[in-house]
Design a protein around this ligand. Sequence first.
Ligand code: C2O
Length: 592
Amino acid sequence: MSSLIKTILGVTTAVATLTQTITNGASLWGTLDCPTFPKFLTNNPLPLGYPWGGLTANGSNPYTQAPLTGVVRKYTFNVARTTLAPDGVDKDMIVVNGQFPGPVIEANWGDWIEVTVNNNLEDEGTSLHWHGLLQTATPWFDGVPSVQQCPIAPGASFTYRFRADLYGSSWWHSHYSGQYAGGLLGPMIIHGPNHLKGSEDYDVDIGPVFLTDWYHREYFDIVKDIMSTDIVTVLAAGASQNNLINGKMNYNCSLTTQACKENAGISKFSFETGKKHRLRLINAGAEGQQKFSIDGHNLTVIAHDFVPVTPYTVNMVSLGIGQRVDVVVTANGPATGSYFMRSSIQTGCTPSNQPDALAVIYYPSADTTKLPTSTAQTDTLSDCTEANYPLEDTTPIFTITPATEPEITHEIDITFGQNETGHWLWMMNDVSFRANFNAPVLLLAHAGNTSFPENWNVYNGGTAKTIRVILNNRSGVRHPMHLHGHNMFELSSGDGDWDGTVTNPTNPARRDTHVIRGNGHFVFQYDADNPGVWPFHCHIAWHVSGGLYVNLMERPDDIKDHMQIPQIMAQTCRDWATYTNGTVIEQIDSGL
Ligand code: C2O
């Protein structure tokens, strides 16, 4: 990226000559001025021509062999409220540096990333999470309030410092209440070894393609309804008003009483005729599963979350919230071509008033003032079951065979019901999670505590080296389940209870977010090689607000005996305590 563009996407807010193209969410994403991305950043040492030297996707263990590049990438994120209109409807949002979607974090595999977050919110805390990174040896910078840190108090600053320990496509987002549904999110691109050979390889990296269901109300107003005792209110609050691609879409203003501008504009992308383009699809929504396709083009999938896979070609991909799918698309249309990109919320399982997002891809000689006349792909995904690509057909490029017998197994049931005060909550083994922002579990574990209040849902892995979780969904709805600190070995997924069979036992699929079916099971395993306290939760914003969350405490002895936790963690708690002594926090949901 040129430094001018980098400045726009990264740190400062506006440059006069380009402002006229910055519309909707005040970001360049989804405009024809949006830069493409290089194969890797070159402003650092390049042993053997690459930042990662001779490491390869199929020959190097991504979990243990991140290179020591010695490079630090620094970012400044100013978090503030603002009114933006991504689809033409004014929304009270919380964003970084004035933009939605927010600025990119870009690094090479093994670099350090330093993000200084200035909380310019007047009356709420915040905390940012770097979705999918392992945070090996820096678990305190994972960004989950009540778990690894106290929230950053209004007016305070906090610098996260962590390693780009995996490579591929992801996103960062607030982990404080439902803030990310208010706009507090952005992309993360980490360049690493490429497993695509010769003619399979891509030529142009288009970068992130955010798919977000969209709500016109301020996030906390929605959370209030989600936490209502009236089930009709709860269900109505979960229905989105629109669906966006890279933060843009049009809206029929007659459907809202909010300030609204017709034809706000949809995202635009450019394709080079005959070239192969990499698109980094990210479902960063609050509730809805997405089905993504491009008219007239197939999609070759090359990675699931941070896991490179043997490429396969489909006409449509499905993404649960939190999931990423990297695809390569060959521009085999005519130079004058233009095509719709589409993403649809699967309304059979998720309510949405306007579930279909559109964007346009323009070839070099296309008229960019006109919309395409292209035809949608046939829908090859059955609406509510096909959430993940089948495990049996997924082959991670780097083979890892998990232990056949884990040292411990947690069995966890997901249920939904009313508590004694009439609130509709999600439960894991009958307990609905609730955060205590003033007392992060990791810091308490470091001080030697191993027992915690029941509603903190802490599962202690002790000294076990391999841990299996058998998750049973006793509710009829799907949940995109996300584990921090690890990629999960996805051992089995399907309807009903587990029959004990492991899918592809020598090299099972791995990823950090997996959608469990309604009334289905999901069995996964991980190697406990990363001491810390790791959230495992449903990534539907409204479900985690309702308590669908557990903490997996990993190797507490190592947390207690061998961790040097930076001073800033205790200071942030003191600042938060000072703030909350004077101000009552309105924590009506789980807090996460
Ligand atoms: Cu993307 Cu616990 O989060």
